[in-house]
Ligand binder design. Structure first.
Ligand SMILES: NC(=O)c1ccc[n+]([C@@H]2O[C@H](COP(=O)([O-])OP(=O)(O)OC[C@H]3O[C@@H](n4cnc5c(N)ncnc54)[C@H](O)[C@@H]3O)[C@@H](O)[C@H]2O)c1
Length: 341
């Protein structure tokens, strides 16, 4: 298939592009390149791509494409809270526009990167399935719910949106993110000897390795239409349904000499969800996640040591919010986060 991969220069996209290419697909990227230089280790070999803002996509970008994998977004809860209006412009309106253009161009499958954050304050220790009520607690998660609703309305006999509700990702990607929980805690452990838990540690936070998420998208791309058409899927594995306190313990074990410090300074985090991932395994037989949290913590610690992660990079280069603030201060993006030429 010829696959348009938006967000190909992000954390997940940089891992997903080679997985798709290895499966025999022709990958074309599309990204504004906001984090293209945020690389830890050898520079990745990106597929050919369009450097364009999602809000400026035209019919030309989707012409001749068989499927779209749509990752590009302001990609986490704190970012969304920084600028809720921009989050809705980029994550919601521009995503729906892209989907309409794709449908009009005859694209048959549209895999949308949603999130388990849509369950928000699900609470409790029971497993949350795809039919559970959606309780987003941030503009980021709300934007994902709105896209799912609007894409569902576009589904028809030729156009199949698929809603991939990913667990929080972890693991090494050349375009590292240090602002997601496992990657963050491993970095702190190595740089300071402390595994700092800012909440009270009790929230459930399902995790999935970036490579497993990439394999799930690759599997959804070629699954029979009737198995995935207009359906939502939780992407991850029950073995990685962990509390923040358990994640911290795994990190302390993976980084010798580090100790868990629970500061609780952020108070109780309302986001807590323990997730049932069985629907995707049933719909796409043969798929399962391969990585555990412990293996991911060891992989990250190795990568951080090998590539010489510094505190400066950890806090600035690999933290999405800090990168955008710095770009705004430097004038390389305007106040709508459009890159200036
Ligand atoms: N990483 C996770 O834990 C996680 C979990 C669930 C869902 N997701 C979703 O997966 C997708 C990818 O996440 P990620 O971790 O790779 O994030 P990321 O921030 O590393 O990558 C996002 C990419 O989108 C691009 N982008 C942002 N705004 C754009 C715009 N206006 N025009 C064009 N490109 C733009 C950025 O340049 C970046 O390359 C996102 O939609 C995110 O919401 C991520």
């Amino acid at each position: 298939m010829r696959v348009l991969l938006t967000g190909h220069q992000g954390y997940l996209g940089t891992v997903m592009a080679p997985v798709l290419a290895a499966a025999g697909h022709e990958v074309v990227g599309l990204d504004a390149g906001l984090f293209a230089d945020c690389v830890l280790g050898p520079p990745p070999a990106d597929p050919p791509g369009h450097q364009v803002d999602l809000r400026d996509v035209t019919a030309e970008h989707v012409a001749g494409v068989d499927a779209v994998i749509h990752l590009a977004a302001l990609s986490n809860d704190p970012l969304g809270s920084l600028a809720p209006d921009l989050t809705y412009d980029i994550n919601h309106h521009a995503s729906v526009r892209l989907a309409r253009l794709a449908r009009d161009a005859g694209v048959r499958r549209f895999l949308y990167a949603s999130t388990c954050s849509v369950y928000g304050a699900a609470g409790g220790d029971g497993l949350v399935g795809e039919e559970a009520p959606l309780r987003p607690v941030t503009p980021y998660a709300e934007s994902k719910v709105r896209v799912e609703d609007d894409l569902h309305a576009l589904a028809d006999g030729d156009f199949s949106p698929v809603f991939m509700r990913n667990a929080t990702a972890f693991g090494y990607s050349p375009r590292l993110r240090a602002d997601i929980v496992l990657n963050n805690l491993v970095g702190h452990a190595l740089l300071s000897g402390e595994v700092r838990v800012l909440s009270d540690g009790t929230p459930w936070r399902p995790l999935a390795h970036a490579a497993d998420i990439a394999r799930a998208f690759a599997a959804a791309l070629t699954a029979p239409r009737e198995a995935v058409h207009d359906r939502a899927f939780n992407i991850g594995s029950e073995i990685n349904n962990v509390t923040v306190a358990e994640i911290a313990e795994q990190v302390a074990e993976a980084v010798p000499g580090s100790q868990v410090v629970t500061t609780g300074e952020n108070g109780a985090d309302p986001r807590s969800y323990r997730v049932d991932f069985s629907r995707f395994r049933t719909a796409v037989p043969g798929f399962d996640c391969e990585w555990t949290v412990k293996q991911g913590a060891l992989e990250l610690a190795d990568a951080y040591r090998k590539h010489g992660l510094t505190r400066e990079d950890f806090e600035r280069r690999f933290t999405r919010l800090a990168v955008l603030r710095a770009a705004s201060d430097a004038g390389t993006v305007d106040d709508t986060l459009r890159r200036r030429r």
